[in-house]
Ligand binder design. Structure first.
Ligand SMILES: Nc1ncnc2c1ncn2[C@@H]1O[C@H](COP(=O)(O)OP(=O)(O)O)[C@@H](O)[C@H]1O
Ligand SMILES: [Mg+2]
Length: 347
């Protein structure tokens, strides 16, 4: 099948799905399904000044992203599969991303505007001038993110992930949740992006079968979300320049409830104490060693909004003995990171 035929078969889904049933969930408002546009190569070449280096925004794992100015005044981001990429798997990932992102539709997931299949493969998105959560938290330019914005971002990412795991028509695990894959809209509403590694979740499965065969489930995203929360709270990178791992640094402080030490110094203690406590509590549950001890994203939302008072906090609070047993296990395995996580991937 030619790339064009493959793309056309993918695109049929979003075009034909206007009659989609709305899923009622207390946090999920679906946006109207946008129609995708097929761009000509001429159009995107003109918008990016023939992919001029001045228009290059970022070089990702297997793609280059350019800013593009359209004749109608709109600004787009053009994601192009790296030119010299002869790896068939990369093309597959690109097409997978197109299939998945064309299917998702939520205020906290990046929306695809269209694609171009002439002279290569290109995905076209709205351009987000506020960049990514990684640049907002760790970038050298601009003021530090204030607490209300950080809290809004944490809640928005949780809503987007809950939608992917539970509410969209075909459930999805993202598998690459990290700060550089969260774009920030003009009002700082976070948009989960980069679905290149995402996978469809089966509609029915026995958790046991997945667990036994070591197949990752959505709890991998929950762990990565916990690390993101720690980044938002502390302003630290997952692994800093002296190779210090955020989790190993934060764990004793979370256990002893040392909020002042955990909080990003650039916040200058200007944060809502209750919201901060709830984020720390949620992070501590999400980053548990064993995936079966991590909450679901629906429970994460309860924890973020109601903290210790939520049913989820009650359900996931470990008895003292159990916590100690878990720590013994951690010690036994050298306090290693969870087996379903490749920490370097979160960088
Ligand atoms: N719509 C967009 N608006 C602005 N910048 C973007 C947009 N999409 C991607 N980027 C930038 O490009 C980078 C790489 O994009 P991403 O989709 O994550 O590709 P990769 O799979 O190669 O990592 C992002 O981290 C971000 O800096
Ligand atoms: Mg990326």
């Amino acid at each position: 099948m030619s790339p064009f035929q493959r793309i056309s078969s993918f695109l049929r889904t979003p075009f034909a799905s206007s009659g989609r049933k709305r899923i009622e969930a207390f946090v999920d408002k679906e946006k109207p399904q946008p129609l995708l546009r097929c761009f000509s190569y001429e159009e995107i070449a003109k918008a990016t000044n023939s992919f001029h280096p001045e228009y290059l925004v970022a070089i990702g794992g297997y793609s280059e992203v350019y800013r593009g100015d359209l004749d109608d005044g709109n600004t787009i981001a053009v994601k192009r599969l790296a030119k010299d990429n002869s790896d068939q798997n990369k093309e597959k990932e690109f097409l997978m991303e197109l299939g998945i992102i064309g299917h998702v539709n939520h205020p906290n997931t990046a929306s695809l505007v269209g694609c171009c299949v002439e002279n290569g493969l290109y995905l076209i998105f709205n351009f987000y001038p506020n960049g990514t959560l990684a640049s907002a938290l760790h970038g050298k330019v601009g003021p530090s993110l204030e607490w209300p914005v950080r809290y809004k971002i944490a809640l928005g990412i949780a809503r987007g992930l809950h939608y992917l795991h539970k509410c969209c028509k075909h459930r999805i695990i993202h598998r690459d949740i990290k700060a550089s894959n969260v774009l920030l809209a003009p009002d700082y509403e976070p948009q989960i992006s980069d679905f290149g590694l995402a996978k469809w979740l089966p509609s029915k499965w026995t958790h046991h079968a997945y667990f036994m065969h070591g197949i990752v489930d959505e709890k991998t995203d929950v762990f990565a979300f916990g690390i993101l929360l720690l980044e938002i709270i502390t302003g630290r990178k997952p692994v800093d320049s002296s190779q210090q791992n955020i989790l190993l640094w934060a764990k004793p402080l979370m256990e002893s409830g040392n909020v002042e030490e955990l909080a990003d110094p650039s916040l200058e203690r200007k944060y809502d104490v209750n919201q901060m406590d709830r984020l720390i509590l949620t992070a501590s549950y999400c980053v548990r060693q064993s995936s079966i001890w991590r909450p679901s994203m629906a429970e994460v939302l309860q924890l973020l909004m109601y903290g210790e008072d939520s049913e989820a906090a009650e359900n996931w609070r470990l008895p003292k003995m159990r916590a100690e047993e878990m720590d013994d296990t951690c010690l036994l395995f050298g306090y290693e990171l969870p087996s379903d996580i490749v920490f370097e991937d979160i960088l």
